[in-house]
Ligand binder design. Structure first.
Ligand SMILES: [Zn+2]
Length: 121
């Protein structure tokens, strides 16, 4: 394992905590998903990093892998009407999505910051 890959895990964890990838202390969002231009704690420029659809993709992947088995179990073993199953699964799906979306974006910002990829265009 290279030295570079050893440093990636703490950056991913910082991103998942919505903290600056450089110092791990400053917040990376000034609102729910709006990222800060500069870290308040260390002054690292973060505003130019664009996670684009990566955070939405990661959120869908994570929520899907958590919710779909539960939905499958409900369909197989619980004799609820379809509307009952849909309502039962909507609340945790929405909650998980809202909880994971900023964390996913934080992870992408951290990884992009780590790899020094610049937006092309
Ligand atoms: Zn910082």
């Amino acid at each position: 394992m290279s030295q570079q890959s050893n440093k990636l895990l703490p950056i991913i964890i910082r991103g998942a905590r919505c903290k600056c990838p450089n110092c791990g202390e400053g917040e990376i969002f000034k609102s729910y998903l709006e990222q800060v231009d500069i870290c308040e704690n260390c002054g690292e420029a973060l505003g130019h990093i664009s996670a684009d659809d990566g955070s939405a993709w990661l959120t869908i992947m994570l929520v899907g892998h958590i919710i779909l088995p539960i939905l499958f179990i409900l369909f197989m073993w619980v004799d609820w009407p379809l509307w009952g199953t849909i309502f039962a699964i909507m609340a945790p799906t929405l909650l998980l999505t809202l909880l994971l979306l900023p964390r996913s974006k934080g992870v992408f910002i951290g990884v992009i910051w780590h790899t020094k990829i610049q937006k092309i265009s």
